[in-house]
Design a protein around this ligand. Sequence first.
Ligand code: C2O
Ligand code: CU
Length: 444
Amino acid sequence: MPILRAAPASAQLAPAGYPSTPIWAYATATAGTVPGPEIRLSAGQRVRFQLINDLPQPTAVHWHGIRIENAMDGAAPLTQAPVPPGDTFDYDFVAPDPGTYWYHSHNRSTEQVARGLAGPLIVEDREPWLGEPGAATRELVLVLDDWLLDSDARIIEDRWEDLHAASHGGRMGNTVTVNGAAYPELDIQPGERVRLRIINTATDRIMPLSLPHLSARLIALDGHPVTPREIDTLILGPAQRADVVIDGRVDGEARANLLLDPGNGEWVEITGFIHSGDNLPSTGTDVRPLPAWGTLPAPDLSESQRETLLMEGGAMRGMLETRFGGETMGFRKLAANGMVWAFNGAANEMDKPMFRAALGRTVQMEMSNRSVFPHAIHLHGHHFTILSKSGAANIEGDVRDTVLIGADETVEIAFVADNPGVWMIHCHMLSHQKSGMMAWFEVA
Ligand code: C2O
Ligand code: CU
């Protein structure tokens, strides 16, 4: 069985001239890297990896967005016991749907993902797309991350439990990397059409992105195809992915950039696309849509089971009496227990499910954010259709596994609970997950 080893390593994250950064990383045959080695397979293919834990802590691997068999979901301690140091766990599953995914640690993940335990997982298109008329001729995987480094480029380690950060937007970094490097430069030919598979692996940072001069068009979200559409700003919450087609510029300029807004409206260049060679003949303005999945059952809203998810807490709003550990307590006592957020009046209630659904039933869930911070809500084992956002119908009908819900926003989703087992539902701002925004549901 192929090996996936989790172990300490080091990486040159900061620009040249700075020391390298001690990290924790995944490795297959070679030394550990950030991002972890790319795992690439075809839809419906079986994946097998023996995880070897060479970390000083227990760990587990979650295959984010894969509609996976429950026992292989890696959601410790719900679906498996965390793997102790020196021990192994055999992952063996089928990835049913094409698209851009990722894998990451799902134990002590605020710390373990922040230390580097994340990598891309690519499930190839079911029918040929690359090279077809109107499609791209090549693809690039861009794994975006956000690191909190000190002046010696070491990860700041004493803030995993930072409740101040957790009650705000989460533990923010100060160094954004793309494929483990500060501002990589990638070659592109003028007029060349390239598919970008963009993955936000940051623990907490929402990434507003922009690709000016490159005619960027969105073709998939969280692995699921969308009708190709032009995008100006693309907002990726933690764990979200977007597939974007770009055309190399043909105006004679040598450079274009992927830009990120760190939150102050001042766009920062995080990747350069360096143009060289002759202008390629135009591919036309239309972009070929990705082949449909054909694997996801359509929700039946006529007989749906209604559920709600109420998000409360955080700085400037707080929350009322909340259940934690079988006890109802006020804000101060919750905070003393490291809890500053709640789902439906409970903080990290893991001793019973938030709801149960019969296998095959459509669940329709209204998710209301009553806090002043956005949240990236992720459901394990399922993809869901976004029905509406703050009342307005979602005409694009986006299918996702992680949805960003703004302050005071309400999002309605529906999905067919067709995957038996116990599945986590949590905020993918990992600081929020740890401090109250975590629960699970059962499909049986
Ligand atoms: Cu990306 Cu619960 O995970
Ligand atoms: Cu959150």
